[in-house]
Write a protein of this length. Structure first.
Length: 125
């Protein structure tokens, strides 16, 4: 069994389980530059190196820890994809996110901890 097959199987089962609970699995594109984008202003730092663990945005001067900044960008991108799919986020704070699927008239409630966004780039095997 290859690692690729295991990964595909994992994603398939996770998607199935989440859909059973009325939740959304959002996969962020592997080429999405989650580490290089400033999660505060959107500036893209093209010269960020793999061993740069922290960096300061030259545009807004926000100071970033590489992984925390990347996770914030992945969350934002996941929410952008939800909106692109016409899934409206109706409540968004530290404890809960509610969404309404307008196209189908469904009312779906999600908790933030159960939302899942993923970046293949960030998976180290
Ligand atoms: Zn910035």
């Amino acid at each position: 069994m290859s690692l690729d097959f295991s990964w595909h199987q994992f994603v398939t089962i996770l998607k199935y389980k989440m859909e059973q609970k009325g939740k959304h699995l959002i996969l962020v594109d592997r080429f999405f530059p989650s580490s290089k984008l400033c999660s505060n202003c959107g500036y893209k730092k093209d010269d960020l190196k793999l061993d740069d663990r922290e960096w300061t945005c030259p545009q807004c001067l926000a100071h970033h820890h590489r992984d925390i900044n990347a996770s914030e960008n992945i969350e934002k991108e996941g929410k952008r994809i939800l909106r692109e799919k016409n899934i409206k986020i109706i409540r968004d704070n530290d404890t809960a996110v509610g969404t309404t699927v307008n196209a189908f008239g469904e009312d779906v409630r999600l908790s933030l901890g159960e939302q899942f966004s993923m970046n293949y780039e960030s998976i180290a095997l």
